[in-house]
Design a protein around this ligand. Structure first.
Ligand code: SF4
Ligand code: SF4
Length: 448
């Protein structure tokens, strides 16, 4: 295939790889990977798999279009214009294009590196900057998030929420309104930290697992962490919860804050040095951890950590805990993008669901198409996220299932909000909550 180099000469794609990379509109601090950009052969196979292309139907909102824009900017043919930024902002970062791409274009890394450049080089609106401060200053910081949730609990329980919702005030602040609607009804008390050394393992010893507690997962879904620890111990794993751990950095990287993401990665590389496996039960966190080797390229410990990361369902599918009681449930499974596409974990969650006697697993059409959550995408791009949620809910309703399972807190929040708004009698749980129900005999707590 013929291509045009920054020099203006027509050359074939193979020869283009041999040229030193140009920078064009980018600077030398982690520009989007030139080799990765050149890997795109413009075949278009990724287009039907891309959620934003499906919703918006525009080439520039497809993976191929975005790679084309990155290339044009790298070659200096365009700048980091408003239009360029718009199409990059609209990307969910779901990485469905990576699964589809026969040429191995590393799109997830390309978009994160491009966003890193945009955040440093392009002046953003005041509203976006304030939103960034709020999101990055609260969600990844456990103490601050706990304080915000304590205030939210007061807001929900005092009746103020009913008043505010009834007043229509939030219509003037759509992003704040989207955040407010997303929060589930909080339990009366906040979640405690898991102890550093948890239950003793039972049966044959399978090795030591260090659990990443997560930020949103730990505080909004403590039952998922509790079920994770209990099931891993019953399966024979010694479970530890390293003290020095922090946020995985996914939110920072998604936002374009490369330095913030790297600082979180360095903290976790130090905290998780000694385990056989690092388990996550939040798909977005797992995908971020698995990319630490690339993010911290000069630290060999990061590559070792990345190779030891497992989604909790992978560990449990290998050594299923039991005995398992029957559950008379019809369940469908929504695949979190960062599990299916980011980590290529597709079968393990289905395996643990199928291992529950009596449970009928019904396949969901387009199960790996994004639900619109995508980190904070549903707050920043509520219209596109809303259209994806409607599409997802239509398909969930068509299965006739009473439960939808999904292993990511963002997906669970998005699905629960959508199910409640539409009045569908479908509950949303993490797969480990259902397995723990079968093993322990207690149903998961009902949350709004
Ligand atoms: S990451 Fe998702 S939204 Fe972005 S281009 Fe790829 S498929 Fe489309
Ligand atoms: S499938 Fe891969 S090579 Fe083909 S257009 Fe999409 S990104 Fe480019």
């Amino acid at each position: 295939m013929t291509t045009v180099h920054a020099s203006g000469h027509a050359i074939d794609a193979e020869a283009a790889h041999a040229f030193p990379r140009p920078l064009g509109a980018f600077d030398g601090e982690e520009p989007p990977d030139w080799e990765g950009i050149l890997d795109c052969v413009h075949c278009g196979i990724c287009l039907p798999q891309c959620p934003t292309y499906r919703v918006l139907g525009q080439e520039m909102d497809s993976p191929r279009g975005r790679v084309y824009l990155m290339r044009a900017a790298t070659e200096g043919r365009i700048g980091l214009t408003e239009n360029f930024v718009l199409h990059m902002d609209r990307c969910l970062g779901c990485r469905a294009c990576e699964t589809a791409c026969p040429a191995g274009v590393p799109f997830g890394r390309l978009i994160e590196e491009t966003r890193g450049q945009i955040e440093r080089k392009v002046p953003r609106t005041l509203g976006r900057r304030l939103m960034g401060r709020l999101l990055l200053g609260v969600f990844p910081e456990r103490q601050r998030l706990a304080r915000v949730l304590a205030l939210t609990r007061l807001y929900q329980r005092s009746g103020l929420q009913r008043l505010v919702r009834g007043s229509g005030l939030l219509r003037s602040f759509p992003r704040v309104g989207a955040m407010e609607r997303l929060l589930p009804a909080l339990p009366a008390r906040s979640a405690n930290r898991l102890p550093a050394e948890t239950l003793p393992p039972s049966g044959p010893h399978r090795g030591t697992v260090a659990l990443l507690e997560g930020c949103v997962q730990a505080l909004l879904f403590p039952d998922v962490n509790r079920a994770t620890v209990s099931l891993l111990a019953r399966a024979g794993y010694r479970v530890v919860v390293p003290d020095g751990q922090g946020c995985c950095g996914a939110l920072h990287l998604h936002w374009g804050d490369r330095a913030g993401g790297r600082a979180r990665a360095q903290q976790n590389v130090a905290a998780f040095a000694d385990a056989d496996w690092i388990a996550t039960n939040a798909a977005g966190c797992g995908a971020a951890l698995r990319d630490y080797g690339h993010l911290l390229g000069d630290d060999p410990r990061a590559r070792v950590l990345a190779a030891r990361v497992r989604d909790v369902t992978e560990l449990l599918a290998e050594h299923l805990p039991g005995p398992r009681r029957p559950l008379d449930l019809t369940v469908t499974y929504h695949e979190p993008c960062h599990l299916a596409h980011g980590q290529r974990v597709r079968e393990a969650p289905r395996t643990i669901l199928r291992a529950i006697p009596g449970l009928r697993l019904v396949e969901l059409s387009e199960s790996d198409l994004c639900c619109g959550s995508a980190g904070v995408y549903n707050l920043m791009e509520p219209e596109i996220a809303g259209q994806l949620l409607v599409r997802k809910l239509d398909r969930i309703a068509a299965t006739g299932a009473g439960v939808v399972a999904s292993g990511n807190p963002g997906c669970l929040l998005q699905l629960r909000r959508g199910l409640a708004d539409r009045g569908l009698a479908v509950r949303a749980y993490h797969p480990v909550e259902l397995l723990a129900w079968s093993v322990e005999g207690t149903p998961p707590a009902e949350r709004g």
